[in-house]
Design a protein. Structure first.
Length: 568
């Protein structure tokens, strides 16, 4: 994984609109930051308990790995014998604790190839981020942690091929949007069983709402642990509640993850320093700092992503040999405010302002520079919100989501113009956010249906958000007719499995029939391929499901749901 670009403190001009808040003064007033602790500023980190005793098992939140490189990977855990302790400290005393880690080539740890120790600090929620180096490229490893006399569950991870090396195949899955109250994480159980090299998570890992503030269509089946979260302790505990789910733990322990966030890790539809609700700029910056720190504490991220108060560098680049390069974007932290009061609105002078940005100027330059320098066969934008144009207005006129790239068309046009002019190889966009499956051709000019196809977008549904779902919705046919570049829609829950070779990208839309009960099976609802050098989507194989098969599938889903309720 190569990381480039400079820290971006926010979009230009935003400080003036928010009363010229002095960020440095804000960070100083907030006390020692996570970055200060990581890089040696603040309380002493030299002394740590080598033989702690815990009142209960300290690894209840499981283990994870992430951001793999050819020579290593990040290993993560957090000590939390009481994960939902009101203090947000997980039931661990305010002391530094030494946590040992081991990496082996076998699950029984008879052949340990790397080991070391990290300090779990109370200021960082006793989380551990071990950046392991010295591993061999493109091979699986097993890892575990030890604290005192306790040993963590065993995780499995993989390194990537050498940078630029010929690579024949990559298998990965991407997922997003896992509202805990809306369902069980059965899709993650099935994802854990897949033979994958990588998992990409595109955001909404947690939701900030209080109990039943956001209800699924069929009603909520689980309950959030507290009211709406704003403090560091509350964000920690919400992450801990989600992390306590066994199916989510299975998926983390089975594969290395690459993560990015969307809005609900902080607050619905926030834009840079502008909250959805009427908080003061200072209060929202503090809330954002709390949310960002808790996110870092619970994700397998490198030191390059450690938060600095209300700012956190999350956009980064992952190379997988010469086969694929992932540009992991952050479309939330640096964006201009949504135009036209947000929502689904007609375009206006505000939304079409050529100076508007979804990514911020620095991230945009970083992205374009990376695309220009890439020698990868497939160039991937792993990001959050709908990229292709999606017109909600049937017939004359247009209405777009102001929270998506449609609300920032100039920002999208700059990227598409660059891809076209520089002939970027095989661009693919991965998207979450909208709680449904879509497959889109990316046109050079969305206003012209006959325009050149320059890439493809695979939009993945939610893990749970929205509840059980359905195969189609009442407006599906009209939406597809209005947007002929959109080739597929499905409203069930699940994830997308992708298989890449130098010649072809295949995306399998893996769905579950229900989330209102645990343990749902998964099946492939549709499959699409893109041929290298020929960017148009082609639907293939079992994905071409007839209306009769769809009806049979929904009948079977009803049977399985009833069976699960009966406990059979």
């Amino acid at each position: 994984m190569s990381i480039s670009g400079n820290w971006d403190s926010g979009k230009a001009g935003e400080m003036e609109r928010l009363g010229s808040i002095d960020r440095r003064a804000f960070v100083k007033a907030s006390g020692v930051t996570a970055a200060g602790l990581i890089f040696g500023v603040g309380p002493s980190v030299d002394r740590a308990m080598a033989a702690p005793r815990f009142r209960d098992y300290p690894f209840k939140l499981g283990v994870a790995s992430g951001d793999p490189r050819p020579d290593g990977v990040v290993l993560w855990t957090r000590l939390a014998p009481n994960p939902l302790a009101e203090s947000g400290r997980g039931g661990v005393p305010r002391q530094n604790i030494a946590v040992r880690w081991e990496v082996a080539t076998d699950e029984g740890f008879r052949r340990i190839v790397r080991q070391g120790s990290e300090v779990a600090r109370p200021e960082l929620g006793h989380s551990v981020h071990a950046e392991v180096r010295g591993l061999a490229p493109k091979r699986p490893y097993f890892y575990r942690f030890k604290a005192g006399s306790e040993t963590s569950p065993v995780g499995r991870t993989k390194t990537t091929p050498p940078f630029g090396a010929y690579t024949a195949k990559l298998s990965f899955a991407f997922a997003s949007c896992q509202q805990y109250e809306h369902g069980y994480f059965g899709a993650f159980r099935r994802l854990a069983q897949e033979d994958l090299d990588l998992v990409v998570h595109l955001g909404d890992y947690i939701y900030e709402y209080g109990p039943n503030e956001y209800r699924a269509a069929g009603g909520n089946v689980r309950v959030h642990n507290s009211g709406e979260i704003t403090t560091l302790a509350a964000y920690r505990n919400r992450h801990a509640q989600y992390r306590g789910d066994r199916d989510l733990q299975r998926a983390h322990a089975a594969h290395p993850w690459v993560v990015t966030w969307d809005d609900h890790e902080v607050e619905n539809n926030y834009a840079d320093e502008i909250p959805e609700q009427g908080q003061s700029p200072e209060a929202f910056l503090q809330r954002r700092a709390n949310a960002y720190q808790a996110y870092y504490e619970h994700m397998p991220l490198r030191r390059s992503s450690v938060p600095r108060g209300p700012d956190m560098r999350l956009y980064r680049r992952l190379a997988y040999g010469n086969l694929a390069e992932f540009n992991v974007l952050d479309t939330r932290q640096y964006r201009d405010d949504q135009a036209n009061g947000d929502g689904i609105k007609a375009p206006s002078a505000e939304s079409e302002d050529p100076n508007r940005t979804l990514t911020g100027d620095r991230q945009e330059r970083w992205l374009l520079d990376g695309l220009a320098d890439s020698g990868a066969r497939w160039n991937v934008l792993a990001q959050q919100v709908f990229f292709a144009q999606r017109d909600f207005q049937n017939g004359a006129g247009q209405r777009f989501s102001m929270d998506s790239w449609d609300g920032y068309p100039a920002s999208r046009e700059r990227i598409l113009d660059f891809i076209d002019r520089r002939r970027v190889q095989n661009p693919i966009v991965l998207t979450g956010d909208v709680h449904a499956n879509w497959a889109n051709d990316i046109l050079r000019d969305f206003e012209d249906p006959e325009s050149e196809v320059v890439g493809a977008e695979f939009v993945g549904t939610s893990i749970t958000s929205g509840g059980d779902g359905s195969d189609v919705r009442a407006d599906t046919a009209a939406t597809l007719a209005e947007n002929p570049h959109i080739k597929f829609f499905n409203n069930q829950r699940g994830y997308v499995r992708c298989t890449l070779t130098p010649r072809q990208w295949r995306a399998d839309y893996r769905v579950v029939p229900y989330v209102s009960q645990p343990g749902a099976p998964a099946f492939t609802r549709a499959s699409f391929v893109v041929e290298a050098g020929n960017p148009g989507l082609q639907q293939v194989g079992e994905g071409q499901m007839s209306a009769r098969t769809r009806r049979s599938s929904e009948v079977e889903a009803d049977r399985l749901r009833a069976q699960a309720r009966a406990g059979e």
